[in-house]
Design a binder for this molecule. Structure first.
Ligand code: FES
Length: 127
């Protein structure tokens, strides 16, 4: 699964982004997340209402390989948007996926845009 995630990572590095139409904005709870599927990937999409921002990352928590991050608690740490895994509270930046606990495991994040009431997640179109 990690190899699959790597395959789709960091679409913003590519000039050629494919925008996947994930769902209507009202499918995502305010200040919470929901999981969408793109090909063989599960993507956690967060409607961060308090910040007026949207984020997307892999749904897989790399700590114990659980598909759970969409159900994590979101918040901010020194203005860094973050998600905490509900299992063991490992915390990840929603901007760049780094582990905010100082651990090595990180997550992949994806660009998000909202247009005409729908949420789109960006992937590298070469994959
Ligand atoms: S499974 Fe996510 S922190 Fe342990």
């Amino acid at each position: 699964m990690l190899a699959e995630i790597e395959k789709y990572k960091k679409a913003e590095l590519s000039s050629d982004i494919f925008w996947f139409k994930a769902a209507a904005t009202n499918a995502f709870p305010e200040n919470g997340g929901a999981c969408v599927k793109y090909k063989d990937l599960q993507i956690a999409v967060f409607n961060f209402t308090r910040r007026g921002e949207w984020y997307a990352c892999q749904n897989l928590c790399p700590h114990k390989m659980q598909m759970i991050l969409s159900r994590g608690m979101i918040g901010s740490c020194e203005n860094e948007p973050k998600v905490a895994c509900p299992f063991h509270k490992k915390t990840f930046s929603l901007k760049d996926g780094k582990n905010l606990n100082g651990d090595e495991c990180t997550i992949t994040t994806y660009p998000v845009k909202v247009e005409d009431g729908f949420v789109f997640v960006g992937f590298d179109s070469h994959y």
